[in-house]
Every structure is written in C-alpha cells, then in structure tokens.
Design a protein around this ligand. Structure first.
Ligand code: 13P
Length: 246
C-alpha cells in the first residue's frame, strides 16, 4: 500500500505574515495520515524550514537549475536547495514549460540535478485542452515522462510524478476521478517498463483539487495524492485536503 502525499504548490504567492499564518494552520491540523509538504517561493525557504523544523511536514522548492553552479543569473541550484533542507523540487510544471519554454530534456536535466543532491524531483506532465481534444493525451504525457525516464536511467524509480492536465489548472475544471485514473494507470505502466520500483512510486494528481473533490480523486487506485495550487493557500482548505485520504 502506497502512502499518500499531499503537496501544496504556493506558486508566486506569499508574504512573511501570510506564510506564518498559513504554516501555523497546516502545523495545527496535524496529525495527518498522509505525508504533507509545501513547495514555496525560493525567498521563503528559510522561514519555512524554521517554521516546520520540529514537525513532520516537509518543504520544497518549485524549480531548480539543471546546472550545478556557475554564471546562470537568477537560477537556484539543487545544492542550494539541499542546504535549505528541501525534500522536494517541482520540475516541469506546465507554467514553466509554457512561460519559460522549458523543453522535455531541460525538465529531465533538472530532475537529474535535483536527485544528484538528494532532492526528490516532482516531475509534472500533462496535456493542454487542445491536445486532449485531438486525442493526444497519451502521446503527450508519455513523451514528457519518457525524457525523464531516459535521463534518470536506473534512478527513475526515485522521482515523484505529477499528472497535471493543463486545462484543469486554476480553472476550477477538475479531471473526473476516472479521467485522472486512466492517465495515472498509463503512467504507471510506462514506469513499470522502466523500473522495478514502479509499484512503490508516487503519482500525484494536480488541477483544481479542492476539499470537495479530493477524497474521490485520492480513492483511485493509481492516484497517490495531490499537487495542490490555489487551495493550498488557505489553511482550512489545505488541511481538509490533507485529511481527505484514507
Ligand atoms: P490549482 O490547484 O490552482 O488548479 O493548481 C494546480 C497546480 O498547478 C499545482 O501545481
């Protein structure tokens, strides 16, 4: 039985005071049956690490450089994230693929750089609405995951995968549990062909996860938790989602 994992992706939201209140709310909601983590903007990693130090809540970043170090203005390396105690780094989020033109290979290289420093990459894959309507969902997610599997090679079993249909992100339009499960099943089958760890691997669903739809999503056989955007910014909602696991 895989343990569920719920990860809040704060995206570019937060302030010292808002973070303190949110983190206190999440800590106050313990104990959780699931593993719980927050992925925060880089400048807030330090205060998040302090606020969560004595708890079992994990923290991470929302990106990481594919490079180890060097003249890469604005980038943050996996080694730096490791120094902040990051457990996770999201890589390949659709907002970075779309707004920063990140390629499948760059995403794979970032995942590799994270793993090399002991930071677990949460690798996002997902199709756009146009791709879904064209019947290309399977081909798109397989192509995105395949680049990472190939690059990580024997370490592929160590990543977390997140299926985030682009049309469900921030839109209030959630994939039905059946739609999400169908893609998760495909992804796990692809992982099976690549690693003996496939059955133990965590595959998260992301895209308008809310307190009222979380339990149904998390009850699906291959959905091992959620990557939560908007609803992770309100402590009461995020706590409710973290509790929606059995
Ligand atoms: P929403 O939960 O706001 O749809 O965002 C999902 C997401 O992008 C998490 O990474």
């Amino acid at each position: 039985m895989r343990r569920k994992l719920i990860v809040g992706n704060w995206k570019m939201y937060g302030s010292h005071s808002a973070n303190a209140e949110l983190l206190a709310g999440i800590v106050g909601g313990r104990p959780y049956l699931a593993d719980v983590a927050v992925c925060v903007p880089f400048p807030y990693l330090s205060e998040t690490a302090v606020a969560l130090a004595a708890t079992d809540i994990r923290w991470g970043a929302q990106d990481c450089s594919a490079h180890e170090q060097g003249a890469y203005t604005g980038e943050v390396s996996a080694a730096m994230l490791q120094e902040f105690g990051c457990r996770y780094a999201i890589v390949g989020h659709s907002e970075r693929r779309q707004y920063h033109a990140e390629s499948d290979q760059l995403v794979a290289d970032k995942a590799k750089a994270a793993l090399a420093r002991g930071v677990t990459p949460i690798v996002c894959v997902g199709e756009t609405l146009a791709q879904r309507e064209a019947g290309d969902t399977e081909a798109v997610v397989k192509r995105q995951l395949s680049a990472v599997i190939h690059t990580l090679a024997h370490c592929a079993g160590e990543m977390v995968v997140a299926y985030e249909p682009v049309w469900a992100i921030g839109t209030g339009r959630t994939a039905t549990p059946e739609q999400a499960q169908a893609v998760h099943h495909l992804l796990r089958a692809q992982l099976h062909a690549a690693t003996p760890r496939a059955d133990a691997m965590t595959i998260l669903y992301g895209g308008s996860v809310k307190p009222d739809n979380a339990a149904q999503l998390f009850a699906q056989a291959d959905i091992d938790g959620g990557l939560v955007g908007g609803a992770s910014l309100k402590a009461a909602d995020f706590v409710a989602i973290c509790r929606a696991t059995t």
